[in-house]
Write a protein that binds this ligand. Structure first.
Ligand SMILES: [Zn+2]
Length: 362
């Protein structure tokens, strides 16, 4: 049974619009949600939000849970003389999902809704019908009749844009929404902080909202630099398969089968996460019978750059599987989120002084 409050937090977070580099609204939302449960919270000049919940025993390990505040989006590239808006991607939006969508241009005067236009079906040639135009050929129709009118509405070159698609509930409790990546992870952090506020573990927990993940894991590269932490866990989403156009050859994680515990990540090369941190979470899930899936994730997470901080901070990723990754209709199961929260709260509760993440050397 999923607690009502988890979905309440999630719903509040997906209403916030914060593409990479423009995270301020999510920085504020994260700060407001976590503040009642932690001892201190501050933002860094770069934008990472850092909250601390002191543990009962200063000798117990200090662990950072990191979820990224940003989401994929777009940015105004220019406005043509007739008022149509040219745009480019922020992060890795799936190009084939863009045409025909509602977008919102996040102007300083407030959001302006537009639609991504396309050639009428009647005059589309068969060759055109079978190709996806590059983003450079796409345009947003905001209803303006001229560049001047668009500018008067607040649209400028460099204004951020996000999908305006509303979240919907599907059968079996599934939820389809833009930016499940990583509002689900941010939700997990708030919920864990809330549970630990009632019953503090021995371990000190840092709850970190990182910026600029979708454009190269850039906020996480700096977020642990000034913190005295022993290990870090990136709490994120990841692509799942089990849909008609994906087979086990490429993606085997499944929505609804539990949180994902990645041994490593598969990008341009394989990166192996800290097996000490990974095993700590995996053994907890196994010992308590909490549904989880173990594998190699496709793509990168903040864990990869955190592992390169200072002398190298042991880190791993736990995540929520979702279908249609980086589209406006990502689909996830709230039960996976609840299981992820259970694994992390249980594992952190059981941390004792003497726990080490150092690789065995003899
Ligand atoms: Zn993500």
């Amino acid at each position: 049974m999923v607690e009502e409050s988890v979905l309440d937090i999630f719903t509040r977070f997906v209403e916030v619009q914060a593409p990479s580099g423009f995270e301020e609204p999510m920085m504020r939302a994260f700060m407001e949600e976590i503040k009642p449960y932690v001892d201190e919270v501050h933002g860094t000049p770069r934008g990472n939000m850092i909250a601390v919940q002191k543990g009962g025993n200063p000798k117990a390990p200090k662990v950072a849970l990191v979820a990224h505040l940003d989401q994929i989006g777009f940015i105004v590239f220019n406005i043509d003389a007739t008022g149509f808006v040219r745009f480019r991607k922020i992060g890795g939006s799936v190009t084939r999902a863009i045409q025909g969508q509602h977008l919102q241009i996040l102007t300083e005067k407030g959001p302006i809704v537009g639609v991504v236009g396309m050639k009428p079906g009647h005059i589309t040639t068969p060759a055109e019908a079978n190709t996806i135009p590059p983003i450079e050929d796409m345009y947003i129709d905001i209803g303006a009749r001229s560049r001047e009118e668009a500018i008067a509405m607040g649209v400028r070159n460099g204004t951020p844009i996000t999908y305006a698609t509303a979240p919907v509930k599907l059968a079996n409790g599934l939820i389809a929404s833009p930016s499940i990546d990583d509002r689900a992870g941010c939700t997990a952090l708030i919920q864990i902080a809330k549970r630990f506020a009632k019953k503090r573990p021995k371990a000190t927990v840092y709850y970190i909202g990182s910026v600029e993940e979708e454009i190269g894991l850039r906020g996480a590269e700096t977020c642990l630099h000034d913190l005295d932490v022993d290990m870090a866990v990136a709490v994120d989403t990841f692509p799942a398969g089990f849909q008609p156009d994906v087979n086990m050859r490429d993606l085997f994680y499944e929505v609804g089968k539990g949180a994902g515990l990645h041994v490593g990540e598969l990008g341009d090369r394989v990166r192996i996460q800290s097996q000490q941190v990974h095993k700590w979470l995996r053994r907890t899930a196994e010992a308590h019978g909490i549904p989880h899936q173990v594998g190699i994730m496709s793509g990168g997470t903040d864990a990869m750059t955190m592992m390169q901080t200072r002398g190298g901070i042991p880190a791993c990723t736990i995540g929520i599987p979702r279908r249609y990754s980086h589209s406006p209709v990502e689909v996830f199961a709230p039960s996976d989120l609840e299981n992820l929260i259970k694994i992390l709260t249980t594992a952190i509760s059981e941390l004792e002084p003497g726990f080490t993440t150092t690789r065995p050397q003899s």
